[in-house]
Write a new protein. Structure first.
Length: 639
């Protein structure tokens, strides 16, 4: 079976390639031939050919920006956000090859069809259109800002109000080239928002609207409408062009619609609306906002830094992050570099802080996570916040607060120190290239913020259960001499028919837990149901034991447990167990181990379960079990 996929994220850096890697890995495990085209910041790589599309069984699009689907007409197609490709690659592949996957009929053919659940719940169209504009805008402002920063660093001389570049200097030319690139920010943003909405016919009116938004002279204002006006112009142009596209016209006029009629009419409508109605009011709002920010001093500037730091780190490249990033970018255009400075610090702190934590607090991370920490550290040096995502995905309740506190700390230090950033980017790289004012405090802010993140991880995260830790703890705790830990070679050594229930009745997580505990109690495995349930719930409070793939493995270590046992139950319609992949728990394994035997027994049982439960066919066989006897026979395979 052959599948094709496309991955793309707004910035075209981390998420694009993480999703591609996870999809390829999942396909390999499922013995499926998959090719992934990445549409990153350097363009499309590993492009899909017409012959490959013809042979493909289905197409998967995991993207947060517009992707041209016209070449996939007649093919089964699943379209979701890029995060789905990162978190649930196997689920995407299964949906793509299923009989329920929708066949793409083209824009016209699909316009009256109800969208699939994957298209409605995983992608917000407004966010997707906005991020499409951002992805094309970022290279212009990064190139422009870096060229200006380099020209100031190498060709600048002290002058009135700071460093200036002599008019007759070679570096003045470099600065002007940088300024030319920077001036494209708003038109490109607006143009590609409109392109995402209406395809090619929206591009010209979007760029024209963005240009008008960026030049207040069109509507008699000294200030421009800025990036806010650009966003409004982009959406307005896109939806006007889309509306005109839907007007029924004679066939003879259809060929000139996309190249003449739609662009001309859309440009006129958007341009006139902006000049006559929209431009001046938006410019006033933007000017007031800019003046307010420039006037923030003392405690109010600290509050702003706290908000910006929290937003940047909260979703690590997601929509909240992008709002703060766009805000800082716009302030660069207004000459206020001290807003982007704290943002540039906050961008780098999460990946660097987590990378640092894996180096100095190794007992908090599995071996694989320690390796991920090295990559995270490198990504942080280049201002890629997404390096923190693997850690946040595995333990969001501890990691996200840790990186938010660290980023807020670094952001406040940068704000109070007057750190400025002339480039719409962050991380140590912009300091090295000379784009930062007060570069010493810029690095101090990143270092302190990263250290705070690492210390928060040490405070909040619990030590991992590893063979090394177990060995160390066994030297300090009384040795377990009971025979209860011996002879565990397969799962059925520690369970029996009376600990099976293929028809659980509970309709909530807690009632299902009670059902399974009752079975343990009836088998005389527990001295106290209440005490053992407390151990189970304490473990759930740390992080959900819903591991995904419709599986939950609640486990408790308690003095109320006499001997290691596993009780298994099936809930056909599933229970919300707050699983990482949002799937309902249908196969539920409860592990009970004595407190004094928590090392070897607990680890061995988890290892046996996790290896076998990665087999999708085995999970499906378990779900189809009609009796306790049938389920018990299947569990004999787990060893």
């Amino acid at each position: 079976m052959k599948l094709l996929a496309i991955t793309s994220c707004p910035n075209g850096i981390a998420h694009t390639y993480m999703a591609a890697e996870n999809l390829e890995k999942a396909a390999k495990e499922m013995d499926i031939d998959l090719k992934v085209e990445t549409q990153g910041s350097i363009g499309a790589e590993n492009q899909l050919t017409a012959a490959e599309i013809e042979e493909a069984e289905a197409i998967i699009i995991a993207a947060d920006k517009a992707v041209d689907k016209s070449r996939f007409i007649g093919k089964k197609l699943i379209s979701v956000g890029v995060q789905e490709g990162i978190r649930n690659p196997k689920d995407l592949i299964n949906r793509a090859i299923s009989n329920k996957a929708p066949v793409y009929q083209g824009e016209k053919g699909n316009k009256d069809k109800m969208p699939t659940s994957s298209e409605t719940t995983k992608q917000n169209p407004i966010y997707r259109h906005l991020m499409n504009g951002v992805s094309f805008m970022v290279p212009f402002i990064v190139v422009g800002g870096l060229l200006i920063a380099i020209s100031l660093t190498l060709g600048g001389v002290p002058g009135e109000g700071g460093i200036v570049i002599p008019e007759d200097s070679f570096w003045k030319t470099i600065e002007q080239i940088g300024s030319a690139s920077f001036n494209f920010m708003v038109p490109i943003l607006a143009g590609y928002i409109a392109y995402s909405i209406a395809d090619r016919p929206g591009l010209v009116p979007g760029m024209i609207g963005g240009y008008i938004a960026a030049n207040g002279s069109f509507y008699g204002s000294e200030a421009s409408a800025g990036f806010l006006g650009g966003i409004i112009a982009g959406f307005l142009a896109g939806y006007v062009a889309l509306w005109i596209k839907k007007i029924k016209i004679p066939k003879m006029m259809q060929p000139i619609m996309p190249i003449i009629i739609i662009p001309v009419l859309s440009s006129l409508i958007v341009g006139l609306l902006f000049v006559l109605l929209i431009g001046a009011p938006v410019a006033q709002v933007f000017e007031a906002l800019t003046s307010w920010l420039k006037g923030m001093q003392g405690t109010s500037s600290i509050l702003l830094a706290l908000i910006l730091g929290a937003m940047i780190s909260f979703d690590m490249g997601g929509p909240v992050n992008k709002v703060a990033f766009l805000f800082g970018s716009a302030m660069i255009g207004e000459g206020n570099y001290e807003i982007m400075g704290p943002i540039a610090v906050a961008i780098a702190v999460p990946p660097i802080g987590l990378g640092l934590a894996t180096l100095i607090f190794k007992n908090k991370f599995e071996k694989a996570q320690q390796e991920t920490g090295k990559a995270s550290l490198t990504m942080g040096l280049f201002g890629i916040t997404e390096g923190a995502i693997p850690f946040a995905a595995q333990d969001p309740l501890r990691v996200i607060p840790s990186i938010m506190v660290g980023s807020m700390t670094g952001s406040v230090i940068a704000m109070l120190s007057g750190v400025g950033d002339r480039v719409a980017h962050g991380g140590p790289i912009v300091g090295v290239l000379g784009a930062v004012d007060n570069v010493l405090m810029f690095f101090v802010a990143i270092i302190i913020g990263s250290i705070v993140t690492a210390l928060m991880i040490k405070l909040l995260k619990k030590d991992v259960v590893s063979p090394e830790n177990n060995q160390a703890s066994s030297q300090q705790e009384p040795e377990v001499t009971t025979e209860k830990l011996e002879g565990i070679n397969k799962l059925t050594d520690i369970t029996n028919l009376d600990l099976m229930d293929v028809n659980l009745q509970g309709d909530t997580r807690d009632t299902v837990i009670d059902e399974l505990i009752e079975k343990l109690y009836e088998e005389d495995i527990l001295t106290s149901k209440t005490e053992f349930k407390q151990a189970i719930l304490e473990r759930e409070a740390e992080s959900s034991t819903g591991i995904g793939m419709n599986v939950a493995i609640p486990h408790g270590k308690s003095d109320a447990v006499k001997t290691p046992r596993v009780v298994f139950g099936i809930k056909k319609d599933g229970i919300d167990w707050h699983s990482l992949d949002d799937s309902l728990a249908k196969l539920i394994f409860m592990i009970a181990v004595p407190k004094q035997a928590e090392g070897d027994a607990h680890l061995k049982i988890l290892q046996m379960l996790s290896r076998k439960l990665m087999d999708e066919e085995f999970r499906e066989q378990l779900l189809r079990a009609k009796s306790d006897e049938e389920a018990f026979q299947l569990l004999e395979q787990i060893q």
